[in-house]
Write a new protein. Sequence first.
Length: 202
Amino acid sequence: MKTIKITQKDLDEDNYYKENEIGKWNDFENVNVEIDEDLGWVRFKKGVYIKGEILAKAGSGIEAGRDIKAGRGIRAGGSIEAGWSIEAGRDIKAGSGIKAGSGIKAGRDIEAGEGIEAGEGITSFLGYVKAKLKIIADSRCTISAGIFSYEGAKDIEAQEIEGNIIYGNKKLLSKEDDEVEIIVEGKTKKISRKSAKALNLL
């Protein structure tokens, strides 16, 4: 499968990709998309519709005016944001946030380093839904995790969860579990605040 590699030279002065979209909503292109590192928000005026996976390296995020859909996974070092929906056959994972104007759906796990927000529902068919901060779905819609998993319900985990959970194990993270940086033998390490307190470092 061909891989479309997006670098700085493929973007205009506002960081929009040279083409309005990759693939069509009714005709997914048989490619992978790889976005170079440290490009910030890489924007698409319409959407991204592919059969392969989308990978945005560290320091790069994805933003589309319409949908972001991949037959495989969607991974970004930064954020993933779509005016309409975000869908992946496998995982959706972002180093920071995931936000969609309508729904977020993944065949497996949905995970964000910050928050997950959807104007409609959030659904993981086989995996979990996890965010370090908040998970928010419109009050009229639902959140579910593991609805087709043979192992049963999966975790829906964040410090704050807003939305109607219809299937999944709700787990609220303690805000005390935020990570802190410590210096060990001249090297900076991150550990949980709880661990740091237990070691009398705070």
